[in-house]
Design a protein around this ligand. Structure first.
Ligand code: SF4
Ligand code: SF4
Length: 172
C-alpha cells in the first residue's frame, strides 16, 4: 500500500494539471480588455444632469454631512434666472471629493435629495501625488446630454423655483 501511494498522488496531481490546462484562461488583458463590473459595484462618483443640461446638484452639502470619511467639500452659490446652473436657489460652485479618503460606502449617494451624486462603474483612479487625488466638479460632472444646454444657462423667470423637482414615481 505504501509503494502505490506516491503513484496515486502523482496521478491525482497530473489530473489536476491536465484539467487546468484545458480550462479557459481567466486572465483579462487589461487595459485593452476591461472586466465587466457587477451592477452593485461602487466606483468613482459622477455628478448628474437633467435632460435639459441643468445640474442636479443644488449645493446642499448633505452628502458632505453624511460622509464618514470627511472626503467631500461643497461650496454653494446663488442661481439667478439669467445665470442658472441648477433648479432652485443654489448650486454647487465648488464640489470636491478626496479619493484618498473615500471608502466607497455610498452614504453620499443615499443622502442626496436630488440623486445628483452616484457612484458609477469607473475604477480607473490613479495619481502620483495627494493633490491629484482631489477630484473637482469639472472632473466629476457628466457631459451635457444631446439636446441639452451647457450651464450656466438663461431660464424662464420662476420656472425652476423648486430645488427638488416633483418625482413622477416616488419609488424612484
Ligand atoms: S462613498 Fe462614502 S466615503 Fe466616499 S465620498 Fe461618499 S460618503 Fe464619503
Ligand atoms: S450631491 Fe446631492 S447631497 Fe451633495 S451637495 Fe449636491 S445635491 Fe446636495
Amino acid at each position: 500500500m505504501r509503494l502505490i501511494e506516491p503513484f496515486l498522488e502523482f496521478a491525482h496531481g497530473l489530473k489536476t494539471v491536465l484539467f487546468t490546462i484545458l480550462e479557459k484562461p481567466v486572465t483579462v488583458q487589461y487595459p485593452e480588455e476591461k472586466r465587466q463590473v457587477s451592477s452593485r459595484f461602487r466606483g468613482r462618483h459622477e455628478l448628474k444632469r437633467y435632460e435639459n443640461g441643468l445640474e442636479k446638484c443644488i449645493g446642499c452639502a448633505l452628502c458632505a454631512a453624511a460622509c464618514p470619511a470627511d472626503a467631500i467639500f461643497v461650496e454653494a452659490s446663488a442661481n439667478t434666472d439669467e445665470k442658472r446652473y441648477s433648479p432652485g436657489e443654489r448650486y454647487a460652485s465648488t464640489y470636491e471629493i478626496n479619493m484618498l479618503r473615500c471608502i466607497y460606502c455610498g452614504f453620499c449617494e443615499d443622502a442626496c435629495p436630488t440623486e445628483a451624486v452616484i457612484l458609477g462603474d469607473t475604477y480607473e483612479l490613479s495619481y502620483t501625488n495627494r493633490r491629484d487625488s482631489i477630484y473637482t466638479k469639472e472632473m466629476l460632472i457628466d457631459s451635457v446630454p444631446v439636446g441639452g444646454l451647457p450651464t450656466p444657462m438663461a431660464t424662464e423667470k420662476g420656472m425652476y423655483d423648486r430645488s427638488v423637482p416633483e418625482m413622477k414615481d416616488p419609488q424612484d
